[in-house]
Ligand binder design. Sequence first.
Ligand code: ADP
Length: 581
Amino acid sequence: MNPQPEASFKKLLPLLRPHIRRLSWGGLCMLIYVGCWPFLAWLAGELVPAIGNGELNRVSSVIALSLIVFLIQKLAQFGQDILLAGPALSLSQELRRNLFRRLQRIELGSLEKLSSGDLTYRLTEDADRVGEVVYKTVQDTSPSILQLIAVFGYMVFLDWQLSIATILLAPLVALLVSQFGNKVMSAAERSQKQVSDLAGLLGEAIQGLPLVRAFAAENWLQDRFDLEIDQHRKARYRTLRLLALQHPVVGFIEAAGILAVLAIGTIRIQSGELNAQGFSSYVAALLMLIDPISHLTTNFNEFKQGQASLKRLQEIENQELEQQDLAGALSLNQLKGELQLNDLCFSYNKGKSILNGLNLEIKSGQIVALVGPSGAGKSTLFSLLLRFNKADKGSILLDNKDINSIKSKELRSKLALVPQQTIVFSGSIEEAIRFGRNSTKESIIEAAKLANAHDFIEQLNEGYSTKLEERGSNLSGGQLQRIAIARAVLGNPSLLLLDEATSALDAEAEEAVQIGLKQAMKGRTVLVIAHRLSTVQEADQIIVLDKGCISEKGTHDELMKKAGRYRELCEKQIIRDLSPS
Ligand code: ADP
């Protein structure tokens, strides 16, 4: 992903808008909490001389009053924390929701370029970190800043000259803090990128584990992993070293500053410009500055780390989105399923054309087999039909309507894809077939019957409620394929896009899948990327695609007689008899 220059938390503010009432109440509690600090400093000023003079009555009344103020302050703090936690958590939830929504709309070409592990990391860890920063800002940074203002205001009120001496020390601390902050931010960015890379590698490794074993490449993978975690350790160590250095340095400067103020204060008492009571309150107030300054230091670092995370989230937001429906896009009624390609041209990257002026007419109910060597553009044609990509030139007409003029959701509900490799989400079989649509159980059963899947589903212990494990690993390949067929025919699509599996299953499973497919194809227009001889023999039309051009058209017998490209594909076994013997 290309790094984007700016990451601003301000952009998150609109997400807080719905919580304005809670925020206001929380803000009120915060003001009460903060307002108690100068009051407590004043009470400390009253208390110290009273203790010194042994005025017992005065001491007890000041202590009693302090207890009440403390109680009010702690209650207000509780109110503030509890009232502000909700909006802050909602904000991070909303942020994640928006990002996921965005992810679902990212142009597929851009999505394919991203590593799934890296994306997962961004949507979990980075989003969490941003959420934490928002929470900290609302619940800790804001009261700390207000506390600084209120307490320092009180100090100015007590002795403005002494306050000037105190504040002269502040820029030094601030400068150091911000210097560290910037360093921490870039170190955190590096460290987060490293974790993302690690997540990316882990994602690949887990998926490719069987392959790694088959190639006995464990040592190679271990070395890559070791290198990655070593870099991660180093990057993290750099951040921790900076943080470790920051606390003692800032702490020492603070302590030196306080000692200096004490020295100046003593001089002012001696010159009679400040009394002991006022100076006690001043020192108490000064001590009350340490906590918020230390909180602000820590929070500033976390803020910088959060900013790095936010930047990485905004990079997802800046990905190109899938093309939107045109204004006034059409809805679809029942389709006949006629398809027409007119001079269809497409390229992923400028200059390297993948489809070169395809012209084709498919009548309703026809079965058309798309054949050709790998890389000929067959899957690309499917992706154009599904409008995952947009043609550079030419058009695709469905029942005489340009597919670009149709609402993409409606278009996709009328086309159903059976991919080469079945992907299912974990959940019940019923949910896997329904796949988010509003279908009744009866229609799901009907679809399963059509796909020749009903019988095996019924035989499972929990029937349609049987839970599919991750990637459907508790079903066989053939059973999964039949679930995919049922999922495809459930919405009664007019057009079936079938990407035939290249390898055969065992005889029984293969036959079951073929029965399901045949039933599913009935009464629909079917476009099948075919590898099987049996499929092409039954097709009404075979289209031979070669380097993005249609090189031949016809039936199996016609094309075999021609002794052209098609026959060559058969002879090279690119199309072959996959029926199990
Ligand atoms: P087939 O399905 O016939 O094997 P494809 O349609 O998958 O062929 O690919 C056709 C050509 O387009 C290939 O050269 C392939 O490398 C290229 N291609 C496929 N997908 C992409 C993509 N997302 N970005 C860039 N090039 C791609």
